[in-house]
Design a protein around this ligand. Structure first.
Ligand code: SF4
Length: 365
């Protein structure tokens, strides 16, 4: 069996006719816009990214604007895209480029990869697309295309398979027109060589080893199954007399780092103890619990039980947020979704619509 022919010639010919030439970060194109889009596109689809990209560019038209913005403003615009470390790194990266590179994006992938939030594939994608440097990329789309075209078995996330795919990515990336080739192979993965591929319309079908052997459905191999554990948490919604909600910043690192969120507890006893002892204004009453809901992460599932407490005290200024502000705050996506539902219920019911948590109101000592 001979090796499949090079991908570039048929791929580039197809891209000229059928590729995505209207992506907002390419018209007009600049290193800043390419970098922003590449960070947003990590783990996220083009259609989802487009409105976020438009809002970001409107709020921060230049690298200098982004670097000078408060982190809260960046996180707020990012809210809903998930993987918030990306937004924090984006902000740090803008400041680093300004401070250490005079505000000019480095062209060399070896330098780009040293910047916050930029891994090897992203560094190469920026170098290829912004500066037409020959630099292979290996994002999810490219892994799928290469695994099928060259019939590479095994889960692409494993080091051995990833190393084979990197070698193939390097081998196939041409010296001529690397920017077009990079966009072309991403487009092929996004438009035709999808999870359910459209092989009939594929420009590289003639050389595709999986197509030839009728094994397209076997590649890429899925991640080995591992059950994700369930974490149960209670999220406290403490409302003041005006209906404003108590929110506090999460620690800068870790899950939802730096976002505003609801106080979180592993057990109700812990929540009760905090409320009874200190930390919130006096006069808590009407402790109630809403139905639990789940939010999925890569490595675990989170079951959130909202617990509502109504406070008759004056509240801590600066930590309570009126309902009109909730949609624009930098909140984790499940919290934002829950608050949106709560606002709608309040509008239709005139009440919170929550269930009693304690048969008797324990109040506060
Ligand atoms: S022939 Fe099918 S499996 Fe092979 S690269 Fe094209 S779309 Fe993917």
């Amino acid at each position: 069996m001979s090796a499949p022919p090079p991908l570039a010639p048929p791929l580039l010919a197809w891209f000229a006719q059928e590729g995505r030439h209207d992506l907002p970060w390419k018209s007009p194109s600049s290193p800043y816009r390419i970098w922003l889009s590449e960070i947003m596109l990590q783990q996220t689809q083009v259609q989802t990214v487009k409105p976020y990209f438009a809002r970001f560019i409107e709020a921060f038209p230049t690298l200098q604007d982004l670097a000078a913005a408060p982190l809260d403003a960046v996180l707020s615009l990012w809210s809903g895209l998930g993987y918030y470390a990306r937004a924090r790194n984006l902000h740090r990266c803008a400041q680093t480029i300004l401070r250490e590179h005079g505000g000019i994006f480095p062209e060399d992938p070896a330098v780009l990869v040293t910047l916050p939030g930029i891994g090897p594939s992203t560094a190469n994608a920026i170098a290829a697309q912004a500066f037409n440097v020959r630099a292979p990329i290996l994002d999810g789309n490219v892994k799928r295309v290469l695994a099928r075209y060259f019939a590479v078995d095994g889960w692409p996330g494993s080091p051995a398979v990833a190393s084979t795919l990197w070698a193939l990515a390097d081998q196939e990336t041409p010296a001529a027109a690397p920017a077009d080739y990079t966009q072309a192979i991403m487009d092929l993965g996004a438009l035709l060589c999808r999870r359910r591929p459209d092989c009939a319309r594929c420009p590289v079908q003639a050389g595709c080893e999986s197509f030839r052997t009728g094994t397209v459905g076997e590649r890429p191999a899925p991640r080995p199954r591992k059950d994700r554990p369930l974490r149960r948490r209670f999220f406290l919604l403490a409302f003041d007399g005006e209906g404003a909600l108590f929110l506090k910043p999460r620690p800068p690192e870790g899950l939802w780092g730096g976002l505003l969120s609801l106080p979180e507890f592993e057990a109700l006893e812990e929540l009760n103890a905090v409320l009874a002892a200190e930390g919130l204004p006096p006069g808590a009453n009407a402790w109630t619990q809403d139905a639990p809901f789940e939010h999925g992460f890569t490595h675990f599932r989170l079951e959130i039980t909202p617990v509502h407490v109504h406070l008759t005290g004056p509240g801590e200024t600066g930590a309570f947020y009126a309902a009109e502000r909730w949609p624009t705050l930098p909140l984790p996506a499940p919290v934002k979704r829950y608050l949106r539902g709560l606002s709608e219920r309040r509008t239709t019911d005139g009440e919170n619509g929550v269930l009693p948590l304690f048969p008797e109101n324990p109040g506060r000592s």
